[in-house]
Design a protein around this ligand. Structure first.
Ligand SMILES: [Zn+2]
Length: 308
């Protein structure tokens, strides 16, 4: 099963005519860094696919093979048996899967995948992988599983009116693609958040859903250097930042809709314009893209994104 489409490995594999998925992940980690963290576009498309494939399905059995990831007791989890699945959605970097239990009570599974957590939809008979944090056996011969190679993700099972109990939930700002986040509201919010632009975009208290990859893409699109301070921005710059944020995220969702399904566990980043493309030509000016940092690399163009 493909976990991540690594363009460097895949180019090599094409030359040699062999593809090994384990080798792809190992190669990617050495050459490109850790597996990519799911961000707003990735999770939006996974949520859409889960709506298509598991809505109204009934859970036959709910278990936690690697229980450390689940913030709920085995008894609480077992109450999902005979529950039916509602409409999955995304909020910030959480995927929210709602359940209506047999007794009429509602519960929401809120998953924050952090680094490497992924949902898998697989036939029930498929081998259960190590580090499977949750296994829901469904009534159509499929399992909805949550697998986390790094064991850093968190799964919460809460009543719909208790989402605020989840750490970080109450402080979360609006989703970066929230229709109610207008340019005026964006301008008003950005005033309250000082500091450099890249950490600002990644700060979920400001806007939710953006991580390391899409912040690079947005800042390149907006022609703003990642290290510029918010206080140095002119009104025009803020307008450009807002429009770049909306365009980059909407375009990525569109692109991922054609790439991700049906393998929701696969993360695609190969179409990004600058992120992790240090040393390659800038798609706008042709100069070399600059990349700094290790695990949390930042890629930008010194010409298109001048320091000031
Ligand atoms: Zn450039």
């Amino acid at each position: 099963m493909l976990l991540y489409a690594c363009r460097r490995y895949d180019a090599l594999a094409r030359d040699y005519g062999v593809v090994c998925h384990t080798a792809r992940v190992a190669y990617h980690r050495v050459k490109c860094g850790p597996l990519p963290v799911p961000e707003l576009p990735d999770l939006t498309v996974v949520a859409e696919e889960l709506v298509r494939r598991v809505i109204t399905r009934t859970v036959l059995e709910a278990t936690a093979p690697a229980p450390i990831l689940l913030r709920a007791t085995p008894d609480e989890l077992s109450t999902l048996a005979e529950a039916s699945i509602g409409e999955t959605r995304r909020r910030g970097k959480f995927l929210l899967v709602p359940f209506q239990r047999a007794d009429g009570e509602r519960r929401i599974l809120a998953a924050n995948a952090m680094l490497a957590g992924r949902f898998w939809l697989v036939p029930t008979h498929e081998r259960v992988r190590a580090r499977t944090g949750l296994r829901l056996r469904l009534d159509d011969g499929q399992d909805l599983r949550y697998v986390d190679r790094e064991m850093l993700g968190k799964l919460y099972l809460v009543a719909p009116d208790r989402l605020e109990d989840i750490p970080g939930w109450a402080e979360m700002g609006p989703d970066a693609d929230d229709p109610e986040l207008t340019l005026d509201r964006f301008k008003e919010r950005i005033r309250r958040h000082p500091g450099e632009l890249k950490p600002l975009l990644r700060n979920s208290r400001f806007v939710a859903g953006i991580g390391n990859a899409y912040s690079d893409e947005i800042l390149w699109e907006a022609r703003l250097a990642p290290f510029r301070r918010r206080s140095s921005l002119k009104p025009d710059d803020i307008d450009r930042l807002y429009h770049a944020m909306r365009t980059v995220l909407a375009d990525a969702v569109e692109r991922l809709r054609s790439l991700v399904p049906p393998d929701i566990q696969t993360q695609h980043r190969e179409f990004l314009k600058v992120h992790l493309r240090g040393g390659e030509a800038c798609p706008r000016c042709g100069r070399d893209l600059r990349q700094i940092g290790g695990r949390e690399a930042t890629t930008f163009c010194r010409t298109c994104q001048p320091p000031l």
